[in-house]
Design a binder for this molecule. Structure first.
Ligand code: FES
Ligand code: FES
Length: 176
């Protein structure tokens, strides 16, 4: 990248990536808020969210898209942010665990089910599970156990899987 500042052809300010020397200014929506992040365009979205936006919900576990601790929703899809370059999400809507509740603080049905089933142990992996399950229930409102096993590949070192499964079924029933 050279020193000149260029703007791509997208029509909206929300669909813009501006090159500034060796960095980019990426405009995107984070948890409903228009946000600009200036960083290397290949900086993992995980670290952009944590270091540049201050959202510490997405966690670093493996860095190779295996554990799911870093998952966020990108335009509704559950994605491992540890391998997602910042430059690839210009104009996207990104939702982290901090954005799952309503603006007035009302928890999502999934978050409430997590509390009702007392799912977390250490809690480290849980933001990624909540994101993955949010995407699952948006696509498959009443998942079977097989659906859950196929879709939710996150890793929990504390072994909370049985409670996670119960919480998913509880949330699905609440949303039905
Ligand atoms: S840190 Fe991204 S999947 Fe493990
Ligand atoms: S609750 Fe501890 S790693 Fe999942």
């Amino acid at each position: 990248m050279g020193g000149a500042t260029t703007v791509d052809k997208a029509p909206s300010i929300l669909y813009r990536i501006v090159y500034i020397g060796d960095e980019v200014m990426v405009s995107l929506i984070v948890n409903g808020t228009p946000t600009e992040i200036e960083a290397d365009d290949d900086k993992p979205l995980l670290w952009a969210l944590r270091e540049d936006v201050g959202l510490l919900g997405p966690k670093y576990g493996c860095g190779i898209a295996e554990c799911g601790a870093c998952r966020v929703l990108i335009d509704g899809e559950s994605v491992p942010s540890c391998i997602t370059p910042l430059g690839s999400v210009a104009g996207a809507s990104v939702v982290t665990v901090e954005g799952l509740a309503e603006p007035d603080g009302t928890l999502s049905a999934i978050q409430q089910a997590w509390i009702d089933e007392q799912v977390p142990q250490c809690g480290f992996c849980q933001p990624g599970f909540l994101i993955a399950v949010t995407a699952l229930l948006a696509e498959t409102p009443r998942p079977t156990d097989a659906d859950i096993d196929a879709a939710i590949t996150n890793i929990c070192r504390c072994g909370t899987y049985p409670r996670i499964r119960r919480a998913i079924h509880r949330a699905a029933a609440a949303l039905a």
